[in-house]
Design a protein around this ligand. Structure first.
Ligand SMILES: Cc1cc2nc3c(=O)[nH]c(=O)nc-3n(C[C@H](O)[C@H](O)[C@H](O)COP(=O)(O)OP(=O)(O)OC[C@H]3O[C@@H](n4cnc5c(N)ncnc54)[C@H](O)[C@@H]3O)c2cc1C
Length: 496
């Protein structure tokens, strides 16, 4: 029997559907025929405007010109997220994509900083982080350097609707066929249980060898047809709704996202070239939709450009994102609130994983199990990182925050927190999306300062430590004075 996969059918034309289509077609070329079906009757989620640095790999693989991408999606540059009021009202910290200082092979920079701090240093760790200083000064430049200590990693803020349209254009140019239609029935093989075809309203039938479920929260194939089940994590991450509204752009665009804690949730503010994206993420147990919309509108700093729109969601993941000949990608595979802008990245990493394990010579259960295992780990690591932000809050203004500060947390996270608090040790699990510097910044920002530091940081004399810190700052900040303002960079780079 020929079990080569030749026909792939993707259900859904949101970011997940079009990114899957573009990457699969780009990599597999004429080996597969790809059809994407989407229905104009079912809107895409339409939010998803902040990204993290690995998105640049997607663009590179697809051969996308960065300046064109910025123009087409009205994008701005993102160096960091600023968390405001998360620890206590009135206090804030950055989670940048960079890293403070320079680390030795055995001892990370923060150990030296902790030692200096305990001896009275007043500078924060971020003082030695170029991303932070450029973000605060509203500057941006693309730094061409082979020295990783001198990099300034970045991502983008973009218009989600325009990004989807752009990926569609790329996919269609590569040869992906788009079908407009509502999938009404999923036909399973009565013996094997695999999906054979999709029946659309109006009678059309789409057959395929392999199916990608990008149908969004409804999980048309993976949940409704195959019923793989869902791990619900709302006891750790209780927010289940968001209200979003665009507003007029500010005169000056910041090169970072703002995530502002509010009495019953948090608000995002994402600067684009032509407008701001705003939203309030909240728990329906603590806030009604009307109250949420009113609070969001009251906290906009520019005029709203549309009516507020509510999205409901459930936090957690599909138990088996790959079952038989179906892989769920995007919201169909799970959702974690947008606090660290991870959803589009999870789409990207699911497709990369699928491509790595792409079936040939049959679908092997071990491969499927490995894919599902890696997907679970990835989701759990992001989940733990998000819980960290909530669990360490010291806000005392609502039951929402008080309950979160007292919740029991996964053992994996408990262990990380206590090691850091006692010894400044950062444990990075295999392939954790968030590197040590991310955990470090959020743990410090949420109020943990390590009690001890690595022995190598004790080996320097006081004078050597002072010189090392001064030299590090000078080296890291050397490019700062030449950097243009963020808007000037965008103008020049995009020719806009
Ligand atoms: C409030 C909020 C904020 C977010 N912010 C960010 C962010 O800042 N950064 C980030 O990375 N991510 C963010 N996300 C996540 C991001 O929006 C999604 O990961 C991304 O849009 C992918 O969505 P999707 O393509 O999986 O689903 P959707 O956008 O829901 O698309 C589903 C598609 O399936 C089609 N479909 C469904 N049923 C059928 C059917 N029966 N027949 C035919 N077609 C069908 C629909 O027509 C649609 O085209 C956010 C999400 C939310 C809810």
């Amino acid at each position: 029997m020929d079990n080569t996969i030749k026909k792939i059918v993707i259900v859904g034309g949101g970011t997940a559907g079009w990114m899957s289509a573009a990457l699969l077609k780009k990599v597999l070329g004429p080996v597969v025929q790809i059809t994407l079906v989407e229905s104009e009757q079912i809107a895409t989620v339409g939010v998803g405007e902040a990204s993290i640095p690995p998105i640049q790999h997607v663009n590179k693989v697809l051969g996308i010109d960065e300046a064109e991408f910025l123009r087409e999606t009205r994008a701005t540059m993102k160096l960091a997220i600023r968390f405001e009021n998360w620890y206590r009202d009135g206090e804030g910290y950055f989670h940048t994509f960079g890293a403070a200082g320079q680390s030795s092979a055995f001892c990370q920079f923060h150990h030296y900083w902790v030692r200096a701090r305990q001896a009275g240093l007043s500078e924060s760790l971020w003082h030695y982080d170029l991303n932070y200083r450029a973000a605060c000064e509203g500057r941006f430049a693309k730094l061409a350097t082979a020295d990783t200590r001198l990099e300034m990693p970045y991502a983008y803020h973009f218009d989600a609707g325009l990004y989807g349209a752009y990926l569609r254009k790329v996919s269609e140019a590569l040869g992906v066929e788009r079908v407009e239609g509502l999938v009404e029935k999923v036909q399973l093989n009565s013996d094997t249980g695999v999906v054979e075809s999709l029946h659309l309203a109006g009678g059309k039938c789409l057959e395929g060898d392999f199916f990608i479920d990008c149908s969004g929260f409804r999980g048309l194939l993976i949940q409704q047809a195959l019923g793989v089940g869902f791990d619900d994590w709302s006891h750790w991450l209780p927010c289940d709704r968001a209200v979003a509204v665009p507003s007029e752009r500010f005169v000056k665009t910041l090169p970072y996202t703002r995530a502002i804690a509010r009495p019953n949730g948090w608000q995002w503010r994402i600067p684009l070239q032509h407008r701001n994206g705003n939203g309030l993420v909240y728990s329906s147990r603590f806030l009604s939709d009307d109250e949420a919309a009113a609070q969001l509108l009251a906290n906009l700093e520019s005029e709203p450009l549309a009516e507020p729109r509510i999205t409901r969601f459930r936090t957690g993941r599909a138990r088996a994102p790959w079952r038989g000949n179906v892989v769920a990608v995007g919201l169909a595979s799970g959702f974690l609130e947008p606090l660290e802008s991870t959803s589009i990245h999870l789409i990207q990493s699911a497709i990369v994983r699928l491509l790595k394990y792409f079936p040939h010579g049959g679908i092997h259960p071990q491969v499927v199990a490995q894919y599902n295992h890696q997907s679970r780990l990835e989701y759990e690591q992001v989940r733990d990182f998000l819980i960290l932000h909530y669990r360490l809050n010291r806000r005392d203004d609502s039951d929402f925050w008080r309950q979160l500060a007292q919740m029991s947390i996964p053992h994996s996270l408990e262990h990380k927190l206590s090691l850091f608090a006692e010894q400044g040790v950062l444990l990075r699990e295999n392939n954790d999306l968030f590197a040590e510097s991310s955990w470090l910044q959020v743990m410090l920002g949420q109020g943990i300062e390590p009690a001890d530091y690595h022995p190598q940081a004790k080996a320097m004399s006081d004078g050597q430590l002072r010189d090392f810190l001064a030299h590090t700052e000078q080296m890291k900040m050397a490019p700062l004075a030449q950097m243009p303002e963020h808007d000037a960079f965008l103008h020049l780079y995009t020719g806009g």
